[in-house]
Design a protein around this ligand. Structure first.
Ligand SMILES: Cc1ncc(COP(=O)(O)O)c(C=O)c1O
Length: 264
């Protein structure tokens, strides 16, 4: 992967956007090395990380990664309310960005003809209007809860449940599992398909017959789905996502259901 970056990052490259953990493949990218490679190739290239599937599932250190931006959803791993999330911006970059929305806290001065934005490089420059206070309080409580359990513990448990599921279904005839075989490059997401089935039909059957919720389709990653050939053949893939609070019994139940659908 790092070698491929050498083909695409050149002196014209302004921004590279990359996921931390892939929502459609379950891969945890070796971001630290990748970002280092990008910065060596062009140290003016800004690196934007989508950490939606990583935050709350594993320890994350933006300082260690060396990224310029790191975004996450509040309602996934951090167990916060919908409509919340966060964006880290490296301090040196922050002062070069103008807010998209202007108002309230973003303003230092306003006249009849003009306005002046806050000149400091704090996040307040981006807080136009009334903040979502109840949402942020909920996100804070979710984050506290997750930290009480411990991110290393959560990461290990989710990986263990994913490994158990992979072990249980990998030999089932007709089941294709997509993920790196090296468990240290994986998160709790296990994508798969069943030969002869559209992925949406598998997901619907799991729900209707066993009350098992999975997600099926392109997962907002159509280019990746086409690249791997899942789109044409299966309509995408099915994503089984194991979280800290799932049990071994539940893993066994999903695996049995998949085996039944595959007719094994
Ligand atoms: C990798 C990734 N990025 C972004 C999103 C979108 O996040 P949100 O639900 O906060 O809009 C998702 C949602 O599934 C995701 O998996």
């Amino acid at each position: 992967l790092q070698e491929n970056f050498e083909d695409v990052v050149d002196q014209q490259t302004r921004v590279v956007a990359i996921q931390h953990a892939s929502n459609c493949m379950g891969t945890v990218h070796r971001l630290k090395e990748i970002i280092k490679t990008i910065k060596v190739l062009n140290n003016r290239t800004l690196v934007v990380v989508d950490g939606s599937q990583a935050v709350g599932h594993m320890p994350v250190s933006v300082k260690e990664l060396g990224c310029d931006f790191y975004a996450f959803s509040g309602h996934k791993g951090p167990l916060g309310p919908q409509g919340t999330g966060g964006l880290y911006v490296r301090k040196e970059v922050l002062s070069h960005i103008d807010p998209l929305l202007v108002g309230g806290g973003a303003i230092a001065d306003v006249t009849e003809r003009d306005y002046k934005l806050r000149s400091d490089s704090s996040a307040k420059r981006f807080e136009a209007g009334t903040p979502n206070v109840p949402g942020v309080i909920g996100l804070g409580r979710g984050a506290e809860y997750v930290r009480e359990i411990g991110l290393t513990r959560i990461e290990a448990r989710e990986r263990e449940l994913a490994r158990s599921f992979i072990d249980r279904i990998s030999a089932v005839k007709g089941v294709e599992i997509y993920c790196p075989s090296d468990m240290s490059s994986r998160c709790g997401i296990v994508p798969f398909n069943i030969e002869g089935w559209r992925c949406q039909d598998v997901s619907l059957t799991l729900d209707e017959k066993w009350k098992i919720l999975t997600r099926a389709g392109h997962h907002c990653c159509l280019p990746a789905m086409r690249f791997f050939g899942f789109w044409e053949k299966f309509g995408g893939n099915i994503r089984a996502s194991f979280a800290y609070y799932n049990t071994e019994g539940e893993v066994a139940k999903v695996a049995d259901a998949v085996r039944t659908i595959a007719g094994a």
